[in-house]
Each structure stands twice: as structure tokens, then as C-alpha cells.
Design a protein around this ligand. Structure first.
Ligand code: NI
Length: 138
């Protein structure tokens, strides 16, 4: 169990009011938990900017009737086999497919995979959700 340290924070009243409004809207019961999450978010951001190992999810939506597109998406995923730890294919409706691709490894490789998939003509939407292995934050 990590040791918990209390510390004081000085900030302008207007800024604190805005923070409290935002914190309540997001259902944080106290300032400490809201501040802890802001710090964690920043640490995850730093992992993606400076780190060597991250975890994330690439989400893509596309029309599976475009056969060339399906082949290209598959080729790219094989090229990035080293960082893809799992993928799930969901048939949304008669035309549209959703793919959820979990990645673990180099942040630059994860971004390259997301960019490669996103730039293919026919991909309707693509996002990269940047998360963490959890090993470097508490
Ligand atoms: Ni499908």
C-alpha cells in the first residue's frame, strides 16, 4: 500500500469555483480524487509522449462490401502483429463493421497503426484511445 501524503494547493478563487463545478458535474465526491485523476491523466499523456510501453485501443468503422478495403485492413494488422494483443470484429448491420484492436507496446508504433488504418479510403471513422499498462501509475 503506497503512503498517502497530504499537501496544500493555492489557487485563485474563480479557478477553484470552476474546478468544483466541473468536479461535481463529473460526480467526484471530493477534490482529492478529482486531482488524483488529473495527475493520472497527465502521467498517461507523458507515457504516450516519452515512454516506451503503452496500452491502447484502435477503433475503426468501415463498409465490408469494399473487398479491397477489407484486405488492406487485414494486411496492415498483420504488419503490426507485434503490438496487437487482441481484436474483435462486430457486424453492426448489413453494411457496417466495427473493429476494436487492442495494442500494447511502443507508443509510436501504436500511433503508426492507427494512422495507417485511418488513412485508408473507405474507413468511415477511426480513433485511438490512449491508455496505460497501469504499471507506472498508482
Ligand atoms: Ni462485419
Amino acid at each position: 500500500m503506497p503512503k498517502v501524503i497530504r499537501f496544500g494547493v493555492s489557487l485563485e478563487d474563480g479557478l477553484l469555483e470552476k474546478f468544483d463545478r466541473r468536479r461535481k458535474a463529473r460526480n467526484y465526491s471530493n477534490r482529492s480524487e478529482a486531482i488524483r485523476d488529473l495527475i493520472r491523466e497527465d502521467l498517461v499523456k507523458a507515457e504516450w509522449e516519452l515512454g516506451t510501453e503503452v496500452v491502447g485501443v484502435v477503433t475503426i468503422v468501415y463498409d465490408h462490401h469494399k473487398r479491397e478495403l477489407v484486405n488492406k485492413l487485414m494486411d496492415i494488422q498483420h504488419d503490426f502483429g507485434k503490438i496487437i494483443i487482441s481484436s474483435q470484429h462486430i457486424h453492426l448491420d448489413h453494411n457496417n463493421c466495427l473493429e476494436i484492436i487492442a495494442v500494447s507496446g511502443s507508443p509510436r508504433e501504436a500511433e503508426r497503426l492507427a494512422d495507417s488504418l485511418k488513412s485508408i479510403k473507405g474507413v468511415k471513422h477511426a480513433t485511438l484511445s490512449m491508455s496505460t499498462s497501469g504499471r507506472h501509475i498508482q
